[in-house]
Design a protein around this ligand. Structure first.
Ligand code: MG
Length: 157
């Protein structure tokens, strides 16, 4: 039995904040404004995983009104999400993602991010795909006001 899920997330960028993406700290003059550490890629993946298992969304499980999740490392949220999905009887077949941002260029970090996420999810790195695109200087991503991420996953029971 296969279950598909999709996730989407956006965070606003602000100068002087740390920029965390795919579980890594990436050098950048801006970082994401968030209740958690603002890892937009991990948040999109969590929503895809929860969606595929029909377990609600990241806001239901880890509300941004709960002080427990203030500045939390999103890798912990992914670990908790993976445990929920596992408890529902699913394994991760694969995850494919797109990160939309103008700066910084993240190509040189993609393999490390895939390895990090694969380790947390206990799957081979080949099952995790991360792609990056700019938005051709259009919209909030193009103006470098924010970063967006999309994720699709296939779970198997
Ligand atoms: Mg988020």
């Amino acid at each position: 039995m296969f279950r598909i899920g999709n996730g989407f997330d956006v965070h606003r960028l602000q100068e002087g904040l740390p920029f965390r993406l795919g579980g890594l700290l990436i050098p950048c003059n801006k970082g994401c404004v968030a209740h958690s550490d603002g890892d937009v890629l991990i948040h999109a993946i969590c929503d895809a995983l929860l969606g595929a298992a029909a377990l609600g969304d990241i806001g239901v499980h880890f509300p941004d009104t709960d002080a427990v999740y203030k500045n939390i490392d999103s890798k912990i949220l992914l670990e908790k999400t993976a445990a929920l999905v596992r408890a529902a009887g699913y394994t991760v077949n694969n995850i494919d993602t797109i990160v939309c941002l103008e700066k910084p260029k993240i190509n040189s970090y993609i393999l490390s991010m895939r390895e990090m996420l694969a380790k947390i999810l206990a799957v081979p790195v080949e099952q995790i795909s991360i792609k990056a695109t700019t938005c051709e200087r259009l919209g909030f991503v193009g103006r470098e006001e924010g970063v967006a991420a999309y994720a699709v996953t296939l779970l198997q029971r």
